[in-house]
Design a binder for this molecule. Structure first.
Ligand code: ADP
Ligand code: MG
Length: 341
């Protein structure tokens, strides 16, 4: 057995990067969240080969200070918090300061940005966290454009495993469609090469994003709105499919304090409820947005931030599932199941 030794920073960074950036859609999620944190109202995404060759994201947000560019892709560099205590009043997606650093470990990263109110824009290229050359003046509109090329060129094994470009593209499409539903005041566009594959108006209305997400669904007949409801523990709202839902697509979209998260516990409970109204393993669409005071959410569970923990979770889930059950049972169109004996 060898003696214990400290790993080099280079190795530490590469190992950590593999966790944050698992596939193109995880890099895209980080980039989109940065654009939203920067107050953008327009986000344009361009992908090639499902994001493996190119992910480009163009926003109209605050932009980045030129003096910050040298440390932009260093690990744990952020403009969003200054101390651990800030996590309890976090209003941004970001706080770990490791997304751009991680992406630059596994891909070629180029940033073009112009701060609001600044006369000049700048361009900078990064490899493994560091600037390739000093930032140069670059004609650019207000906002930021981040270009990621040749994802996982440093990790051929991961690259080989991610060979289904159609599936990788679908992951990115799904992600943008879900964000566009939750952030209807932001206009999103997604290009696959030169072809425009998704476009939402950003007019604050959820109708168009919902239509994009649930193509071919008869929304007025199959989707029921759950208006904003305040309870002792949280505030929630959403949309759910009724028992007429005809799509094969099972979609469970949950946002907690504006973050898209996974929750197997809530998913399981919702599955059980639908099982009472529809044949087992039927598809359904559930979109729920939960708001709780920020000091009651722990967002620092995993580097991908796809998991959160919050106090009174079981009470909140019970309230939501009871509500879903009520909505489904009063929906007149409930399908009558014929049970074979
Ligand atoms: P975090 O979001 O956790 O701070 P990131 O690595 O994602 O860490 O980003 C590092 C910093 O780069 C951010 O704190 C922010 O200041 C800046 N940044 C990244 N993307 C953008 C963007 N699209 N617009 C403005 N600033 C950005
Ligand atoms: Mg970030």
């Amino acid at each position: 057995m060898a003696r214990i030794q400290k790993l080099s920073n280079e190795t530490i960074n590469k190992i950590a990067a593999g966790e944050v950036v698992q596939k193109p859609s995880s890099a895209l999620k980080e980039l989109m969240e940065n654009s939203i944190d920067a107050g953008s109202t327009s986000i344009v995404v361009k992908l090639k080969d499902g994001g493996m060759t190119l992910i480009q994201i163009i926003d109209n947000g605050f932009g980045i200070y030129v003096d910050d560019l040298p440390i932009l892709c260093h690990r744990y560099t952020t403009s969003k918090i200054t101390a651990y205590e800030d996590l309890s009043r976090l209003t941004t997606f970001g706080f770990r300061g490791e997304a751009l650093s991680s992406i630059s470990q596994v891909a070629k990263l180029t940033v073009c940005s112009r701060r609001q109110g600044e006369a000049l824009g700048y361009k900078a290229e990064y490899v493994c966290g560091d600037l390739l050359n000093p930032p140069c003046v670059y004609a650019y509109d207000k906002g930021t454009c981040i270009t990621i090329e040749d994802l996982f060129y440093t990790n051929p094994c991961r690259k080989r495993a991610l060979s289904d470009c159609s599936e990788l593209f679908r992951n990115c499409w799904d992600l943008i469609a879900k964000y566009s539903l939750h952030y209807p005041h932001i206009s999103f566009k997604l290009f696959k090469g030169d072809s425009l594959e998704l476009k939402t108006p950003g007019d604050g209305n959820q109708d168009e994003p919902l239509k994009s997400l649930l193509k071919n669904c008869n929304i007025s007949r199959e989707i029921i709105e759950i208006p904003t409801t305040k309870t002792e523990f949280c505030e929630y709202s959403g949309m759910i499919s009724n028992s007429q839902y005809s799509l094969k697509l099972k979609l469970f979209v949950i946002f907690v304090n504006g973050r898209l998260v996974d929750s197997n516990d809530l998913k399981k409970l919702v599955n059980e409820i639908y099982g009472k109204f529809m044949p087992k393993s039927s598809s359904f669409f559930v979109y729920i947005s939960i708001k709780v005071p920020s000091n009651e959410v722990d967002v620092n569970v995993h580097p991908t931030k796809l998991e959160v923990r919050f106090s009174k979770e079981s009470h909140i889930f019970a309230e939501i599932t009871t509500r879903i059950q009520e909505v489904l049972s009063v929906s007149n169109d409930s399908r009558v199941l014929t049970i074979k004996s």
